[in-house]
Design a protein. Structure first.
Length: 593
């Protein structure tokens, strides 16, 4: 039964029977989604209830209530704190007693299968109940997420998985600071870039962006208004931020057309959309960006003053966020020099970084990324500016070196530790491309991530770059919050959820009873023996609403490089696909549902 049907069927009786207020307050503990973004995750609480209910006979409401942990919720409710079922540990002794009396066997002999496991809610809760858990997934990114969120915490919690990952994370952040810190403003939290285009009539440089005049509507921020001034003589501009409200931007707009802001020109031209006479200046920006990146990355072009100028004309560092204030950086010599120095570093270290640059072509089968191909961004590395690409490749190299060292010492356990570093890297990647957008500081994060929900990869006028990369890793991993066990303060880091999961599985002895497979849900007989399954709990993907393969490929091209030394350790034990290899630059598509 799908969760969509199950929620409708069980919600009211569940509340009436157990006396739980439907306005449940989440206790604020780390969520499973914090391990890595996935495109559909079912509620873990519902997964636990449905799995246990499938085993119990009719009218077993009291046993179900106690077994899933609702008694703990009732106790907490007396203190006006009502956690979700996910937040409390199930009563394993009671579950064992119930299952033993009804099925005449131990929970570890009860097999629960999710043949389309995705982000892992169903298998996680089956394992937390102490059942033998089998999760099958066709997508390699989801497979790795399942290993990280279910199998490895269950298998290695008592072996010190969290503690070793915390240690490796601190070293990762320190290396990132040493190798990349110099390329960012020390105080920068977020950067907003404008795309630089030239007026087709006067050749004046125009910063195309959507943040002027109000960078954010949130009044708690200082200098939140942006003013751009154009010099008609030099055909250049300057920018400043101010506390004084500005009523309108400096560029007049009319549909897809804009008016050149330089006095003495003032002509209208088409910025974007379907041009009658060829490409628009917005389309031209992407062609020139791709040409610049290809010249540096594949053509090994020397970085001359002309190339530096080209970089700054295309990628205009316009604003940075520092705490609760915004500052214009276009006229900041130091910020420009740091940005340019990243281009030099990328060029100088190309040979050392070759194995970590996502040089793969964007597949013509990838519908989600087809908008990038249409703009001339034919390879994945073209989705980054030089500093973003430098950061991603160097971080991938650090993860790969760490993975190789840990695995040589501790085998699969070492590979597991490295996997969490790679998942944190993916989070940084998602907020660090030329396809991000500025959505304003009234949101959880001012940056709209690359995989933010549009049906295709979307490019706005401006794009954003995440904070200094070591600080970005602090945000992605949250080692301080995890180490101090202040888990309710998490904002989505990897380590707090890993600690939570390890604490849940510590002493449970279910590690040997969790099996994750990369396989085809339509061919379960190649994975499972006949008559070996007690419960199938599955919620299939939404047909064509989200093309999982397309979006996950954005992450796969990074993961397969960062984890290259340990991919065999991670995939070989669960590989049930004969027509795909972890060395492939694309994810499997042929049999997707």
């Amino acid at each position: 039964m799908s969760f969509r049907l199950a929620r409708a069927k069980f919600r009211k009786p569940f509340i009436d029977t157990f006396g739980v207020n439907p306005k449940v307050i989440n206790a604020g503990l780390p969520q499973l989604a914090n391990c890595h973004i996935w495109f559909a995750r079912r509620p873990a609480s519902a997964a636990r209830v449905l799995t246990l209910a499938s085993i119990l006979p009719p009218n077993s409401n009291k046993a179900l209530s106690s077994g899933v942990g609702l008694d703990s919720i009732k106790t907490a409710a007396k203190n006006h704190i009502v956690p979700t079922i996910y937040s409390v540990r199930p009563d394993l002794k009671l579950v064992t007693s119930i299952v033993t009396s009804i099925l005449k066997k131990q929970p570890t002999s009860v097999t629960v299968v999710d043949p389309m496991a995705g982000g892992g809610s169903i298998p996680l809760e089956a394992a937390r109940l102490g059942f033998r858990t089998v999760a099958v997934e066709y997508n390699p990114v989801a497979y790795l997420i399942l290993k990280a969120s279910v199998e490895f915490p269950a298998k290695y919690a008592d072996a010190g998985l969290f503690e070793e990952t915390l240690k490796a994370s601190k070293e990762f952040i320190q290396k990132a600071r040493e190798e990349l810190g110099r390329y960012y403003g020390e105080d920068a939290e977020n950067y907003i870039f404008a795309r630089g285009v030239k007026c087709p009539f006067c050749s004046g440089l125009i910063p195309i962006q959507g943040i002027e005049p109000a960078i954010t509507k949130a009044p708690r921020f200082k200098k939140r208004f942006l003013k751009i001034t154009y010099d008609k003589t030099k055909r250049s501009f300057s920018a400043e931020t101010t506390d004084k409200a500005i009523s309108s931007g400096t560029i007049a707009k009319r549909g897809n057309n804009i008016k050149c802001p330089y006095e003495g020109c003032g002509k209208w031209f088409q910025l974007r959309g379907q041009a009658k006479d060829g490409t628009t200046v917005f389309d031209q920006w992407f062609s020139e960006h791709a040409e610049l990146m290809e010249g540096v990355v594949e053509g090994f072009a020397p970085i001359t003053s002309e190339v530096e100028e080209k970089l700054l004309n295309l990628h205009i560092p316009l604003v940075k966020q520092v705490g609760s204030s915004f500052y214009a950086v276009w006229d900041d010599k130091s910020e420009k020099e740091k940005f340019i120095s990243s281009l030099h570093a990328l060029s100088n270290e190309l040979f050392d970084l070759q194995n970590f640059i996502p040089l793969d072509e964007i597949s013509t089968d990838n519908v989600w990324a087809s908008t990038a191909r249409a703009k001339g961004l034919l390879k994945w590395y073209m989705l980054y500016n030089p500093r973003q690409l430098l950061a991603i490749t160097k971080l991938s190299k650090i993860v790969a070196e760490t993975a190789e060292k840990l695995a040589s010492r501790n085998g699969e356990f070492g590979a597991a530790v490295a996997l969490y570093l790679a998942l944190a890297l993916d989070k940084v990647v998602d907020y660090n491309t030329i396809a991000t957008k500025w959505q304003g500081s009234q949101f959880k994060t001012g940056i709209g991530n690359t995989l933010r929900g549009e049906s295709t990869l979307d490019f706005r006028k401006e794009y954003c770059e995440i904070k200094r990369v070591d600080e970005a890793l602090m945000w992605a991993l949250e080692p301080d919050i995890a180490e101090t066990n202040s888990l309710t303060k998490t904002t989505g880091g990897v380590l707090p959820v890993l600690r939570f999961l390890c604490d849940e599985f510590r002493g449970s002895n279910v590690g040997k009873c969790v099996n994750i497979y990369l396989g085809d849900a339509t061919k379960l007989s190649t994975i499972l023996a006949p008559n070996s399954v007690d419960v199938i709990n599955v919620d299939p993907p939404y047909f064509e609403q989200v093309i999982y393969s397309d979006r996950s490929e954005f992450f796969w091209v990074v993961l397969r490089r960062a984890l290259a030394p340990v991919l065999e350790l991670l995939f070989k034990p669960g590989m049930k696909l004969s027509n795909w290899s972890w060395t492939s630059p694309t994810v499997p598509r042929e049999e997707k549902l």
